[in-house]
Design a protein around this ligand. Structure first.
Ligand code: DX5
Ligand code: ZN
Length: 217
């Protein structure tokens, strides 16, 4: 089973971003968490920083917007060069039009759902997106434990996609380790965000290899 691994730079050293990016060059993309101190309490950075990250990163950018007013604020992240831009459905008035705006600005579009957000209202959007991000922690901080109670939603998503012949990437984010990755993989996830388990200890490239190996365990 071929998986995609997207380290989250939320757990990296922001002051040494360029060298941190070089340490995860063996990953498939870098997960870039944008937080606005409104949709979530924390604050990271905006489009200017995302643009610079894209210019120096050896791998594509998977931008995860944890910001309000996605309708007004999402497209700029496509414009600054992210390969994919994922916004929260809870922060969008019109999910389809945000997806279109991201596509029009040249990026792939993803929708993200918080742990408590049901999938049913968004089933009709699944044919138009390139990625679905099922949050396995409450968005807002790295280092939280994986929430197994989200697994039924992931299973529902996977079976709906299979039934309808759809194949957006299915990403999980939050508490992904060598122990939890196989749990989400077994329920249909194929793209894994990992912050603390890549940057929190040891050597990121070795941690990436261990996470990939856990898919075969
Ligand atoms: C949480 C962020 C995650 C976070 C994951 O709000 O969206 O991307 O960095 O961190 P870990 O892997 O430590 O749970
Ligand atoms: Zn994230």
């Amino acid at each position: 089973m071929e998986i995609r691994l997207h380290p989250s730079i939320l757990s990296a050293d922001f002051v040494n971003m360029q060298s941190e990016l070089a340490r995860i060059a063996s990953a498939d993309a870098v997960h870039v968490d944008v937080m606005d101190n409104h949709f979530v309490a924390a604050l990271t950075f905006g489009p200017q920083m995302v643009k610079r990250i894209g210019e120096v990163s050896p791998i594509p950018l998977d931008v995860h917007l944890m910001i309000d007013r996605a309708d007004e604020n999402a497209a700029i992240y496509a414009e600054v060069g992210a390969q994919s831009v994922t916004f929260h459905v809870e922060a969008a008035r019109n999910v389809s039009s945000v997806v279109s705006a991201i596509h029009e600005h040249g990026a792939q579009a993803g929708i993200a759902l918080k742990p408590g957000t049901p999938l049913e209202p968004y089933l009709e959007n699944l044919h138009e997106v390139d990625m679905v991000l099922i949050m396995t922690v409450e968005p807002g901080a790295g280092g939280q434990p994986f929430m197994p109670e989200v697994m039924p939603k992931l299973e529902m998503l996977s079976s709906y996609l299979a039934q309808h012949g759809l194949s957006p990437l299915v990403e999980v984010d939050g508490g992904i380790t060598t122990e939890t990755l196989p749990i989400a993989l077994a329920r249909g996830a194929n793209t894994f965000v990992a912050g603390s388990s890549v940057f929190g200890h040891g050597i990121p490239a070795e941690n990436i290899a261990a996470l990939r190996a856990s898919a075969h365990s």
